[in-house]
Design a protein around this ligand. Structure first.
Ligand code: MSP
Length: 492
């Protein structure tokens, strides 16, 4: 199904998060990255769709709700709301949030599974193996450490049951070819290599149903079985677009936005996303996502941060200390996207002060003060200086855009801080306080030039730090200077 090409569209997704516990900064990170891309593409004038969601079925959620003494749906209602609140807190501008317990998701998934069955890509067989409820997947003997799941540090369970299987093997060569031809990109390169090496291991077919998990969507052609939670979860990316196999019921959104331009995922779920998901799509002759951006993992004191291990850092803790844009900055600037990294709160205070309070914050306030003092708050365009201005600002914007186009998200953000550092240094060299006495006209030209540069920085910064970017742009848009106040109070 070709994508509607009348206006350039952009579709970005995040993983849908398990709701067995509250959101932590790992979830916040991937969601903020998606938000940055969505805001950036909206600014480029593209018709953008940004999806988020919650993964609410399966044994893990059933177990968590039981612990709370609540029916699973009631538990899911409460927990899903916590993710919604968290995205609001972090100023995430998503277009829609899908819950896998919603009817629209179930209907879409049922039609997909029915079609797979009709096309004979599903068969029945016995299955046995070690299962980790934390991962919601089977593990091989080799993956276990002393009988335990290495990620969740809990014993795997031996499961033997009748399952339905999907003919994965049939699609592996095609997926490999699409990756190698660049038709389905996996970024960064090292994650692509990991997926390619998995593909060479001759993966077995995978099961799409569970016999003993009741909390899920019944398999349409055998309701004694439940659809495997991962299989239905992956379909959220199209159920949110109103996907249906019946042409008359096909959602407009699906026709407009599928295939996704960028799917943000963490490295631990790349097998599901870069192999299983494309195989399911190929089986129904649907186009594959264009790109996966695979993120690394934050560790906390050197350990993987996870709900099961109980060493999580809540986004709210950071927001209370550093504000929303401060938190977004700290998470986005810490590591290049795709790398792992350790979180240390002490380092955050230093980075906040150095980059936000003392660099950009200071620059905005000193230029603002000078505009009020020497230009009586008027920012007027100045024809003679225009050319020089445009060249400087063009290079800031071009460098930034080139980095964004290469998915170098952290580098793009930091390039704006480099520009700000340079401008701060330049002001020191120019010595405006002296010029005010000796050459007031030259000082005026400089001030106009600097306020234009800040306007450009504000525009580029806006997808990352929306509130700050907007305040800077408003302040220096002219013709009247609008005092933005203190952007980032210093933290001790
Ligand atoms: N429900 C599945 C995904 C299904 S998508 C069809 C799932 N959920 S999860 O709640 O465990 O979230 C996984 C995603 O959250 C990761 O892929 C990653 O994007 C993000 N992170 C979770 N923990 C993280 C860190 N410690 N560090 C960085 N990101 C992490 O898997």
């Amino acid at each position: 199904m070709p994508k509607n090409v009348s206006k350039k569209t952009f579709y970005v997704t995040t993983p849908i998060y398990y709701i067995n516990a509250k959101p932590h900064i790992g979830h916040a990170y991937s969601t903020i990255v998606a938000d940055v891309l969505a805001r950036w593409h909206r600014n480029l004038g593209e018709e953008t769709f940004f999806s988020v969601g919650t993964d609410e079925h399966g044994a893990k959620i059933a177990e968590a709700s039981e612990k709370q003494g609540l029916p699973p749906k009631e538990f899911a209602d409460i927990m899903s709301e916590k993710f919604r609140e968290c995205w609001k807190l972090l100023n995430i501008q998503y277009d829609d949030l899908i819950r896998t317990t919603e009817t629209r998701h179930k209907e879409s998934v049922v039609s997909f599974m029915q079609e797979l069955y009709k096309r004979k890509f599903i068969y029945q067989a016995e299955y046995e193996g070690w299962y980790c409820k934390g991962c919601e997947k089977f593990l091989t003997e080799k993956e276990l450490v002393s009988g335990m799941c290495p990620d969740h540090k809990r014993p795997a369970e031996w499961i033997k049951e009748k399952n339905y299987f999907f003919k994965l093997k049939k699609f592996l060569p095609k997926i490999q070819q699409m990756i190698c031809d660049g038709d389905m990109q996996i970024v960064p390169k090292k994650r692509e290599n990991e997926v390619l090496s998995l593909l060479k291991q001759n993966l077995p077919d995978f099961s799409v149903s569970r016999q003993n998990v009741r909390w899920g969507i019944p398999l349409p052609f055998d309701p004694t079985q439940t659809i495997y939670v991962w299989v239905e979860a992956l379909q959220n990316y199209i159920s949110i677009l109103g996907f249906s196999t019946t042409a008359a019921q096909q959602g407009e959104r699906f026709q407009k936005f599928w295939p996704a331009d960028v799917q943000i995922i963490g490295k631990e779920i790349s097998k599901f996303h870069c192999i299983f998901w494309p195989a399911l799509l190929l089986a129904l002759a649907l186009p594959l996502p264009k790109k996966f951006l695979v993120g690394g993992f934050f560790t906390f004191d050197g350990q993987k941060m996870s709900k099961s291990l109980g060493n999580v850092l809540a986004p709210k803790t950071l927001v209370e200390r550093f504000g929303v844009d401060g938190t977004r900055f700290l998470l986005l600037s810490q590591f290049p996207y795709g790398e792992d990294g350790d979180i240390a709160l002490a380092g955050c205070v230093e980075r906040y002060n150095a980059h936000l309070a003392d660099n950009v914050g200071n620059l905005v306030s000193r230029i603002g003060t000078m505009i009020q003092k020497y230009l009586q708050g008027r920012i007027e365009t100045h024809p003679e200086k225009q050319i020089i201005l445009e060249e400087t600002n063009k290079s800031i914007e071009e460098r930034f855009s080139a980095l964004m186009a290469r998915d170098q998200i952290q580098e793009a953000l930091l390039s704006l801080f480099e520009a700000s550092t340079k401008l701060n240094q330049h002001i020191e060299e120019v010595k405006p306080w002296k010029l005010a006495k000796t050459h007031p006209t030259i000082l005026k030209q400089h001030l106009l030039s600097w306020s234009h540069t800040l306007h450009v920085i504000g525009r580029c910064l806006a997808p990352f730090l929306p509130n700050t970017g907007e305040r800077i742009q408003r302040a220096f848009r002219g013709p009247e200077f609008q005092n933005p106040g203190i952007l980032f109070p210093k933290i001790s």
